[in-house]
Design a protein around this ligand. Structure first.
Ligand code: ADP
Ligand code: MG
Length: 212
């Protein structure tokens, strides 16, 4: 799909919600080893509320849709990642104002601003073993993909691949932020749960928007 309108984007966000809900046991398992164990349930709660809210509402633009997504996640999720995932969908809203549909260029610009917002808010540097270590490789992969395509599905597939590489890389990192900082070397070998969530979000969005 080259361009996605609000209907396609809403369907994609419902698919994202389902994927996050399904990933809960795996996220909980990992966060129980290297964090305080609440990441999976926080994500599941937020995206369950989101799925319900999206199903019952109609949106006139991608801007309205993502605005609603961001606010819902901030309100319903709690924890650091509620604010941070909300920020991911809110910080880039200016970029898509007035657009009826989004192509690969638009979605890359939207998430690039969102990622900058997450970094600004959370103050995590690359290598701190956080979701930023999945977000930044996703951003680079989108930039690279844009050299050969402006198809939204293809650009998001690149984001997913980049995020997965980031998740792999977090296995070798020691946590520098949040509660898992106290686990020190014990976290080596385990991926960061927030980074895993980022890969789930981009993966489901890419799948949904790659179908014609
Ligand atoms: P909490 O840390 O409040 O328990 P969650 O368990 O919901 O929050 O989420 C943990 C995930 O959030 C971590 O795996 C990490 O990826 C991400 N995270 C936590 N703090 C930050 C931060 N300051 N910047 C970026 N990501 C963060
Ligand atoms: Mg936690």
């Amino acid at each position: 799909m080259k361009f996605a309108d609000v209907t396609a984007l809403k369907a994609a966000m419902i698919e994202v919600s389902q994927a996050v809900i399904s990933a809960e046991p795996e996220l909980t398992r990992v966060d129980s080893v290297i964090g305080d164990g609440d990441h999976g349930l926080g994500m599941k709660t937020g995206f369950t509320v989101l799925r319900e809210q999206l199903s019952g509402e109609s949106f006139h633009s991608p801007y309205e849709l993502f605005h609603s997504v961001g606010l819902c996640l901030v309100k319903s999720m709690g924890g650091s990642s509620g604010v941070l995932f909300g920020t991911l969908f809110i910080s880039g809203l200016d970029v898509i104002k007035d657009k009826e549909s989004l192509n690969g260029v638009d979605i890359a610009a939207f998430f690039t601003k969102g990622i900058q917002g997450v970094i600004h808010r959370g103050r995590a540097k690359p290598g701190y073993k956080t979701m930023v270590d999945a977000l930044l490789p996703a951003q680079s992969a989108m930039e690279e993909a844009l050299k050969s395509t402006d198809d939204i599905g293809q650009v998001l597939k690149a984001a997913h691949t980049g995020a997965l590489q980031g998740v792999e890389a977090t296995k070798n990192m020691v946590s520098r932020l949040g509660r898992s900082k106290n686990f020190r070397e014990q976290v080596i070998g385990w991926p960061d749960p927030g980074a895993m969530s980022v890969s789930v979000v981009f993966g489901a969005m890419a799948n949904s928007l790659s179908r014609d």
